[in-house]
Design a protein around this ligand. Structure first.
Ligand SMILES: Nc1ncnc2c1ncn2[C@@H]1O[C@H](COP(=O)(O)OP(=O)(O)OP(=O)(O)O)[C@@H](O)[C@H]1O
Length: 327
């Protein structure tokens, strides 16, 4: 999967409030341009499971739609499995799936789950033997048996997500776009989904691009992440080094052999302190560039029993990044 300088500019009608303005806008339409995605280039190898991160409005869904062929890019190139997605060739559509947590199960809601699966089978031209084998496997993994004869409209959100995933995977796509798959799911349903996605990718060698606001989900599934903000690429690399790249601070955790009344503020901002023990541990927030000098002052001036330098937790770093942007 390759994108090269991919871009999407929406042309959105401007609607002003008030009756007169509304009438005037019918006669003379005004538009504004929204640059949702700009110059986005990345490559995914077959079999990779990659997290696609960014704050609200960063352009994640727009990119997913371009990759899955729902939207025609306004700039750049995109190729998935050798296909140009927006041409929507059936050979491509039969090998990829887009699963959106907000719209987990497509198709007519009056159908039973089994009929909806059958409908999908016909749509995607899945041979009967494959359909049965895939359904048996998915059914076991996602506990579908009790749901098969229920009407789609009568399913709970978690049930709709499970059946939606199954329906998207019945034809064993080689590329899977998961857009916020666990939104609204309870903790145990979200864990099932995670286990399932990891298992599916491992057993089929499928390529997975996953957007999620749940860092635990990304951490459990993805070794690599792509981060965008304002439609532009901010980071593409190992998840393990993301926190280090984004945060200008490190955490220095100190435990003393003995000591009391240390003026910790002289070393850094105190993030956590154990009030019950004079020897700590104490966690300091120290600007990245100051870490060498601060640690040598700590070691020279205090009876240090243990000292650890680490990046702040990803959750905290992402929260700050999403609030403050790429500054
Ligand atoms: N159909 C549209 N017409 C005009 N602007 C749009 C349209 N769809 C999205 N946008 C705008 O494009 C930008 C990117 O939106 P997109 O939905 O891709 O972001 P996102 O990263 O998926 O956000 P979220 O995490 O909130 O789902 C936003 O500014 C959004 O308002």
């Amino acid at each position: 999967m390759v994108t090269e300088k991919l871009g999407m500019t929406y042309r959105a009608p401007v609607r002003r409030s008030g009756l007169w303005a509304a009438l005037r806008s019918v006669a003379r339409r005004e538009y504004r341009q929204v640059d949702a995605v700009t110059d986005l280039s990345f490559e995914l190898a077959a079999g990779e499971v990659v997290g696609f991160l960014g704050p609200n409005g960063a352009g994640k869904s727009t990119t997913m739609k371009m990759l899955s062929g729902i939207l025609h890019p306004t700039a750049g190139e995109v190729r998935v499995l050798g296909f140009t997605p927006w041409r929507r060739q059936s050979e491509y559509l039969q090998q990829m799936a887009l699963v959106r947590g907000s719209q987990p199960m497509g198709g007519p809601a009056e159908l039973t789950v089994m009929d909806a699966f059958r409908y999908r089978q016909v749509l995607y031209d899945v041979p009967d033997a494959d359909f049965r084998a895939n359904l048996a496997e998915l059914g076991e993994l996602l506990d579908l048996e009790p749901l098969l004869n229920r009407q789609v409209r009568a399913l709970s959100l978690g049930e709709r997500m499970r059946t939606g995933l199954a329906s998207a995977l019945l034809y064993r796509p080689r590329v899977l776009f998961l857009d916020e798959p666990s939104i609204g799911l309870d903790v145990s349903a979200a864990a099932t989904l995670r286990r399932f996605v990891a298992g599916y990718a491992a057993s089929t060698g499928a390529t997975v691009l996953l957007t999620s606001h749940y860092m635990a989900e990304v951490e459990s599934l993805c070794r690599r992440v792509i981060l965008i903000d304002g439609g532009r690429l901010q980071y593409d690399g190992p998840l393990a080094t993301l926190a280090g790249r984004l945060s200008p601070y490190k955490r220095v955790r100190v435990t003393l052999a003995d000591g009391a009344g240390v003026a910790w503020e002289e070393f850094g901002e105190v993030e956590a302190i154990d009030d019950t023990s004079a020897t700590g541990p104490v966690t300091l927030r120290v600007p990245r560039d100051d870490v060498p000098s601060v640690t040598s002052r700590l070691l020279a001036g205090l009876a240090v029993a243990d000292l650890a330098v680490e990046d702040p937790p990803l959750e905290t770093v992402m929260d700050r990044f999403y609030r403050d942007g790429a500054r």
